[in-house]
Design a binder for this molecule. Structure first.
Ligand code: NAD
Length: 432
């Protein structure tokens, strides 16, 4: 991809295109192309060397017509208000397409978390909550982890909020550790959600999952469980996975005759998703440098690493055998690549439908927190399967009916649902 991308301009462009197709009233469109509320604040932290450092924090609440805002908090040195606005907007559509009663939010702090000590990290987390506590809560905005934040950090944030409001309130943050208010099944949720989507798509495409072969980009949380699910839930074969090697700063694709064993690879991957190359080679894995995963002769591609990976340069290298792309990552396909995918009649499951298993299980976590009653892992995954199956089929139905690409259909389903909620609440009459 060339030139810096302003994510919020991209989110608005995508919205404008669908608003036009839906013939949305211009005032309604104007309401939805901007977040409803934005917070920008400073977090002073006494560092361990005695100095006082001030961090910039954000929270954006895009739209809460369908329920409390929901979305992660990123700790990243390149965080900007526009990135947070874009991510908050996409969360509104993701929650709506998954049909969970939540809106869209996102937060951030401009910081590289790897430069902080544990105590400093905790101080930034607690400072974020002290700045925002009056404007978040289980009934108005529920943050979660994202890039650079962890379940432990959510535990600290929930604790700070509980102190400030004077009562234990686990439902204010999700993605907490299991045993500290977290839900069983959250670890598997996004990857298994990808697999439930693939299963439904295969029924539609009349593909036999047992005879299907997949190629996966990434080997972090989403990719690991997508690979396990593809093999153990669908009975298919995963020819390869890939990762970015932190040590050599290169990407590698790992494949094995007859298919990879994700459990073995999990035993030799580090917490950042880098596979131990020497150990893999010792166990008979073939290792190719670069992005070989994209040109494999397979039936299914699962990009589950990062954005922009299927683009104008890489899309022409996709094998003619590929019938299905399941977008586990956020934004893996550029608009230019979308055109190539459409032309080659490859069925694409768009990111905000395909990876909605994570936020759906976060919603389940909040429900369990509110009830103070916790479900088994099997119960969580069964409910997740029902939600994903129904979300996939609503999007497919509209795409078939209106003969449109799945991504456009997912946007239409989501935007219609949000507009309907705004109508039902009287927001569009001007009296609310
Ligand atoms: P992660 O950090 O656990 O793993 C990322 C993986 O991608 C690592 O294995 C890394 O080595 C690999 N990678 C990075 N660059 C690569 C490259 N150039 N080629 C090949 N591999 C590369 O992240 P994750 O949580 O698995 O998230 C992956 C994607 O899914 C992101 O886009 C994320 O926003 C999205 N997502 C995650 C969740 C979730 O619940 N974890 C939910 C929704 C969406």
């Amino acid at each position: 991809m060339s030139g810096p991308i302003n994510a919020f301009e991209m989110a608005q462009k995508q919205f404008d295109a669908v608003a036009k197709q839906l013939k949305l009233d211009s005032g309604v469109a104007e309401t939805l192309r901007w977040p409803m509320r934005e917070y920008s604040f400073r977090i002073p932290v006494r560092m361990e060397d005695g100095s006082l450092k001030v961090f910039q924090g954000f929270r954006v609440q895009h739209n809460d017509a369908r329920g409390p805002n929901k979305g992660g908090i990123r700790f990243h040195p390149a965080e900007t208000l526009d990135t947070v606005r874009a991510l908050a907007t996409w969360m509104t559509w993701k929650c709506a397409v998954a049909d969970i009663p939540l809106g869209g939010g996102k937060g951030g702090v401009i910081v590289d978390p790897s430069t902080l000590t544990v105590n400093e990290k905790e101080a930034v987390c607690r400072g974020w909550v002290r700045a925002m506590w009056k404007n978040i809560g289980p009934r108005n905005d529920v943050p979660a982890p994202d890039v650079g934040t962890t379940p432990q950090m959510m535990g600290w944030m929930m604790d700070e909020y509980s102190h400030l409001v004077g009562q234990y309130t686990p439902g204010v943050f999700t993605g907490k550790p299991v045993g500290g208010g977290g839900s069983l099944g959250r670890t598997e949720a996004t990857g298994f959600g990808v697999v439930y989507n693939i299963r439904e798509a295969m029924k539609h495409l009349k593909m036999d999952p047992k005879k299907s072969v997949a190629s996966v980009q990434g080997f972090g949380n989403v990719a690991q469980y997508a690979a396990i699910g593809f093999i153990e839930i669908l009975g298919g074969t995963v020819e390869c996975v890939s990762c970015y090697d932190r040590h050599s700063k290169k990407a590698y694709t790992y494949s094995k005759k007859g298919g990879i064993d994700p459990h073995f690879l999990i035993s030799i991957v580090d917490e950042y998703g880098t596979i131990d190359k020497a150990k893999a080679q010792d166990s008979g894995y073939a290792v190719e440098e670069g992005d070989a995963w994209i040109s494999k002769e397979v039936d299914v591609l699962i990009p589950a690493a990062l954005e922009g990976q299927i683009n104008a340069d890489t899309a022409p290298r996709i094998s003619k055998r590929v019938k299905l792309i399941a977008e586990g990552a956020n934004g893996p396909t550029t608009p230019e690549a979308d055109e190539i995918i459409k032309k080659n009649k490859i069925f694409d499951i768009p990111d905000f439908l395909c990876n909605s298993g994570g936020v759906t299980t976060s919603y389940f976590e909040q429900v369990q927190n509110d009830m103070n009653f916790y479900w088994s892992k099997a119960e969580v995954l069964e409910k997740l399967d029902q939600k994903i199956t129904s979300a996939f089929n609503s999007v497919l139905e509209r795409s078939e009916k209106e003969k449109i690409y799945m991504r456009d259909s997912a946007y239409m389903v989501a935007i219609d649902r949000v507009v309907k909620a705004m109508e039902l609440r009287g927001w569009l009459t001007g009296n609310a």
